[in-house]
Every structure is written in structure tokens, then in C-alpha cells.
Design a protein around this ligand. Structure first.
Ligand SMILES: Cc1ncnc2c1ncn2[C@@H]1O[C@H](/C=C/CNC(=O)c2cc(-c3ccc(F)cc3)cc(O)c2O)C[C@H]1O
Ligand SMILES: [Mg+2]
Length: 214
């Protein structure tokens, strides 16, 4: 049977990246996706914006919704201070298995807790099961119709505190219209749009950074 795209992406990492070197893992995936086979990683252009937000927030607690192959997981984890708690959620077990190997190749498995399951089921369990009070930073990059319900769920579960940052990928392409409408009109958030391009293409896309005001 034909291999899957995540499997081919993992092989490109194992072939072209140096074990324990997150930068080489990021470069290997970007090269593969730009020159061999497109994949829905946040990519290098939006990835630089992600890096700058992570560095600015310098978070002690991070939640990522939608691990996929672990590209953004590696981008984020490599910038975190020692002792930071980073939880990433992925509900497809086959994809999660690939992501674990990509993360291990980067040597970052000790900084990341990859939890298999649906965000809607896991978010309400964050406090009791994972010992999290609130998240300093949340990166939303999963199914686009889950951004809004999961944001409301995080509010209800008291997982956001004054100053918590939500960073959402793909607010233009594929687009998250209901999320954007909510977050830009809610008095509880201050939002900022970072114009960029869909990974590895010239199509417009961007990241929406929103500060929870409490
Ligand atoms: C609810 C939930 N819980 C846990 N994991 C979840 C989840 N929903 C998806 N996931 C997991 O995240 C991953 C899914 C991410 C969804 N991302 C996308 O659909 C996505 C799509 C595109 C795109 C743009 C233009 C095109 F022409 C085609 C595609 C670009 C991107 O950057 C994307 O993130 C894998 C999935 O198993
Ligand atoms: Mg995305």
C-alpha cells in the first residue's frame, strides 16, 4: 500500500535532518514541502511570525490545537524556557505517531506532551488531568470550524487569564470567518492581524493574534 504524506514527510526528516537539531528538522520539512510535496504545516514565512510571538510571550504554559506532523510543535518547543509546560493535541493516532517521531528526531520529546484525542473532549480535562491552571499561549491550527467552539470552551473552563495570547493560523485561507467575527468584536479580546501567505505559496493568508483581557 502507498505510504501516506505524513510518512513521506517523516522520511524526508530522517534523511535530511540532523538528530537533535531542531533547526535542521524545520529546514528539512520546509524543503520537502516547497520542492517535493506540499503539506499543511504553518511553514517558514508564517513560522517566523509564530517564532516572534513565542519569543515575545516567553510562555510558561502553551497549548497547541492540531499537532499534525509536529512542524509547529518543534518551532514552538525549541524557543521555550526550561521547565515550560507544552501540551499539543492530535486526534488522529496515525498522524500522532508520525509527529512523535519528528519531535524525537529534533530531540525535543522532553519538552512536549503530545496528547491523543479531540480538543473538545480534552480541554475540559486540562486542569484535573494535566495539572494546568491557565495557558499563556494557545496556537490554533486544527479544523477551522473548531477554533470558535474551542475558544469559548477554554473561556468556560477558566483556562485563559488576563494577558493570555491566542494565535490562530489560516484566518484567511482556508479561513475561519466565525472565529474572526467573534474575536474581533468581543470586548474581552484585543486582536491584531499579521498578513502573510499560505505556506509555500503566494496565496494570501495570515495569523490573528488576540490578547484575552479577562
Ligand atoms: C478537534 C481536533 N482535535 C484534535 N486534533 C485535531 C482536531 N481537528 C483537527 N485535528 C488534527 O489537526 C490536524 C488538522 C489540521 C487542519 N488544518 C487545515 O485544514 C489546514 C488547511 C490548509 C489548506 C489551505 C489551502 C488549501 F488549498 C488546502 C489546505 C492550510 C493549513 O495551514 C491548515 O492548517 C490534523 C488533525 O488530525
Ligand atoms: Mg494551518
Amino acid at each position: 500500500t502507498r505510504s501516506t504524506r505524513p510518512q513521506r514527510l517523516l522520511h524526508a526528516v530522517q534523511k535530511n535532518a540532523t538528530r537533535g537539531d531542531p533547526r535542521s528538522v524545520i529546514n528539512a520539512i520546509d524543503q520537502f514541502c516547497r520542492h517535493k510535496e506540499w503539506a499543511m504545516n504553518v511553514g517558514d514565512e508564517k513560522g517566523c511570525i509564530l517564532d516572534s510571538v513565542v519569543s515575545e510571550v516567553n510562555p510558561s504554559t502553551v497549548l497547541e490545537l492540531g499537532t499534525y506532523c509536529g512542524y509547529s510543535t518543534v518551532r514552538i518547543a525549541r524557543l521555550l524556557p526550561p521547565g515550560a509546560k507544552f501540551i499539543t493535541l492530535e486526534f488522529n493516532p496515525k498522524v500522532a505517531k508520525i509527529a512523535r517521531q519528528v519531535i524525537a528526531w529534533a530531540g525535543l520529546e522532553d519538552k512536549i506532551q503530545l496528547v491523543e484525542g479531540a480538543s473538545g473532549d480534552l480541554i475540559p480535562k486540562m486542569k484535573e488531568q494535566f495539572g494546568v491552571e491557565t495557558f499563556d499561549l494557545v496556537f490554533l491550527d486544527h479544523w477551522k470550524d473548531r477554533y470558535l467552539p474551542d475558544t469559548k470552551l477554554m473561556e468556560e473552563c477558566g483556562l485563559l487569564k488576563k494577558g493570555s495570547i491566542l494565535l490562530a493560523d489560516n484566518v484567511i485561507c482556508p479561513g475561519t470567518p466565525d472565529y474572526l467575527e467573534y474575536i474581533r468584536n468581543s470586548p474581552r479580546y484585543k486582536s491584531q492581524y499579521f498578513k502573510s501567505h499560505l505556506e509555500y505559496t503566494k496565496v494570501e493568508d495570515g495569523l490573528e493574534k488576540s490578547v484575552f483581557l479577562g
